[in-house]
Design a protein around this ligand. Structure first.
Ligand SMILES: *Cc1c(COP(=O)(O)O)cnc(C)c1O
Length: 648
């Protein structure tokens, strides 16, 4: 439905500016300085090079991709943004440590599960060296990634998750190589394996203990926090670990306390309580005789997806600096009275490190709107009586009788549908009834704009009448958390932002699954159910970006409808504001996704060849038609799984 109907006329008549788009899409709030809108009305990414800001329009990047044959949809990674996040995180901790005259160090580790993609980990390991930024591994595969990527021996490897003998051996070898690789105990039963392997290989392990915090975290992703957490040692299990280590005369290996409250913690108060409690456990272990030295506070540093700066689920009520100051001060204040040496502070920020650096871009393939077709002046005399009744509702509807007209229209429409089922009216009557009903609803929606108290029954009428923009992407592949946990991400067109968007829409993906849609959007007024978009221009692509998708989205994605991986492009912005495509990955071909589900593409081609050959023998097609078909089949197997525009 056109937005011009939704806002009052005096506002729409003044010229639309880029500033209006900034307000509408709240880009300066969620963009955190990395994204804004250029004077040309295009979203640009802003990065720092040698203290100066350089910006590059996303549309320029997309045009560069087009020239290289990289089609939509694409994940765009901005390498500089990833580097900048690591730098900002480390520098914020260093500032807080300096300000509080804290005696310990800070060591960040990146939890690999948050984005396992090779290029991301390589970049973190490479750029992170200057800050001794390490890696966190939750499985054997992730430990293998960490061991192969980490080049700096002052960085840490933290091993969480259940560890078998093979996992432990790998970690012990790392320790022997001089890497500080901690085994964090999730259960007391892991300890005997570690002690046994350590004795067998003659390598002393670094051991950490993960505790269950009793702090309940705000926000619905954190139902696992507090006593119900499925991870970590209960207090008595922690003491059991201490006893086992004492018996083995290896209590000196226990050097780290680990506490992860959960991801995306929107409220700074919860973080402070968590740190306070962790300090008590830390003190307790020192009193038990463990040397300690490391306090690992896990992840949880939030991302303000809404840009709202509140403690609601997709937001956060604190800034990075405040997070660091709170942690450093809380530790110092808890341990100083007990004269305990300040530990090295570790955090495992995943989301906050990588979310900003990736965005998904797709083109819009089609739009369906719910605008009624023009109605005839009058119905034919012979038309069904119910159609005549419905038609007069449309003629009569006004600002006093609209509620009654709403009920009448739906009543007559349903009656026509019933007659259709019984075979008493035909296809054209049914289509006409649907169209008249739409016309009535459209008129009512317009009336609702100008009244103060909308009847609850009609409140979501404008949403029912909004447009559907069909995007060339799979929600399940590229934005799984929208479907799985109702996550919201900033979504907006990346160009034409100097033009007023005139439509209200939801976005559907190409899976044809009714869950494959985006219908919750951020706005300065809070979450809303439709997004303002521009009407498509004939013969011109319309590009939409989904931002802050670098964390958790890329590997959780599944093969729903066999769309598979999208193209991925990594861009590095240079000091002169030019940019390079440092990496390009072709997304899955159809043959790729078929082989993931155990088909053999070669065999499939052979089977199709046999069918075609039989048809030649049966004289249904000739040999050259057979060739054309086989070529099309083969080309399709090699092609991109997403919608490809014809190349002329
Ligand atoms: C998932 C996870 C993290 C990452 O959390 P973020 O909120 O993304 O920073 C860190 N540590 C552990 C143990 C985790 O399971």
């Amino acid at each position: 439905m056109p937005i011009s109907d939704l806002t009052n006329q005096s506002e729409t008549s003044k010229k639309w500016s880029v500033a209006d788009s900034e307000n509408l899409y709240a880009v300066n709030q969620w963009g955190a300085g990395y994204f804004n809108i250029s004077e040309r009305g295009e979203v640009q990414v802003v990065v720092q090079n040698d203290q100066q800001n350089n910006s590059v329009s996303l549309l320029d990047i997309i045009n560069g991709m087009k020239e290289r044959g990289l089609e939509m949809p694409t994940i765009l990674r901005i390498e500089n943004v990833l580097d900048q996040r690591i730098k900002e995180l480390n520098e914020a901790f260093l500032r807080a440590i300096d300000a509080a005259q804290y005696k310990g160090k800070y060591r960040g580790v990146f939890p690999i599960k948050v984005n396992q993609q090779c290029h991301v980990i390589e970049e973190i390991a490479d750029f992170g060296q200057r800050f001794n930024h390490g890696l966190e591994a939750g499985s054997k595969a992730e430990l293998i990634i960490a061991l192969s990527q980490l080049r700096d021996h002052n960085s840490l490897i933290i091993c969480n998750g259940y560890k078998d003998a093979e996992f432990v051996d790998l970690g012990l070898y790392a320790t022997q190589l001089g890497i500080r690789c901690f085994f964090v105990l999730e259960t007391p039963t892991e300890l005997p394996i570690i002690l046994e392997r350590s004795a067998a290989l003659g390598i002393k392990p670094f051991i950490g203990a993960r505790i269950k915090s009793s702090v309940i975290v705000d926000g619905h992703w954190n139902e696992n926090s507090g006593d119900r957490s499925i991870f970590g040692l209960s207090t008595s299990a922690l003491l059991d670990v201490v006893e086992q280590l004492k018996d083995a005369k290896m209590l000196d290996c226990l050097q780290l306390l680990h506490c992860h409250l959960g991801s995306q913690i929107p409220n700074i108060r919860n973080i402070r309580s968590g740190v306070l409690e962790a300090c008590r456990f830390y003190t307790g272990l020192i009193n038990e005789g463990a040397p300690m030295g490391y306090l690992d506070l896990g992840g949880g540093l939030a991302v303000d997806y809404e840009g709202a700066r509140t403690n609601s689920t997709h937001s956060m009520n604190y800034q990075l600096d405040e997070y660091c100051v709170n942690i450093v001060e809380t530790i110092a204040e808890s341990l100083d009275p007990l004269q305990i040496t300040h530990p090295t502070i570790i955090t495992e920020s995943g989301r906050a490190t990588v979310a900003y650096s990736s965005l998904l871009v797709f083109n819009v393939l089609d739009v369906r709107n719910h605008e009624p077709q023009p109605l005839p002046q009058a119905l034919e005399e012979s038309a069904h009586e119910t159609l005549h009744n419905l038609f007069s509702v449309d003629t009569d509807v006004n600002s006093t009788n609209f509620q009654e007209c709403y009920n009448d229209a739906l009543y007559y429409r349903d009656e026509i549908r019933e007659l259709f089922r019984r075979g008493q009216v035909g296809l054209r009557d049914r289509a006409l009834a649907d169209n008249i009903t739409l016309s009535v609803l459209d008129k009512i929606a317009k009336i609702l704009k100008n009244i103060d108290r909308v009847p609850p029954e009609l409140a979501n009428l404008p949403e029912l009448l909004c447009d559907i923009y069909y995007g060339n992407f799979s929600l399940f592949q590229s934005l799984p958390d929208i479907w799985a946990i109702d996550q919201v991400f900033p979504v907006m067109p990346i160009h034409r932002l100097d033009e007023q968007p005139t439509r209200e829409a939801i976005i559907a993906d190409i899976t044809c699954d009714c869950d494959g849609k985006i219908d919750r959007f951020i706005s300065p007024q809070g979450i809303r159910n439709t997004l303002p978009l521009h009407a498509l221009n004939q013969g011109e692509e319309y590009y939409i970006g989904v931002f802050l998708v670098g964390a958790y989205q890329e590997t959780l994605g599944d093969l729903h409808n066999l769309f598979g991986d999208t193209n991925v492009v990594s861009v590095k912005i240079n000091a002169d504001a030019s940019f390079d495509f440092v990496r390009e990955f072709q997304g899955d071909s159809i043959a790729d996704v078929l082989s993931y589900v155990e088909y053999d593409p070669k065999q499939m081609l052979e089977q199709f060849r046999r069918t075609a050959e039989q048809a030649v023998r049966d004289k249904k097609i000739n040999a050259s038609q057979r060739q054309t078909m086989l070529r099309a089949f083969k080309d399709s197997l090699q092609g991109y799984t997403y919608f490809e525009r014809e190349q002329h």
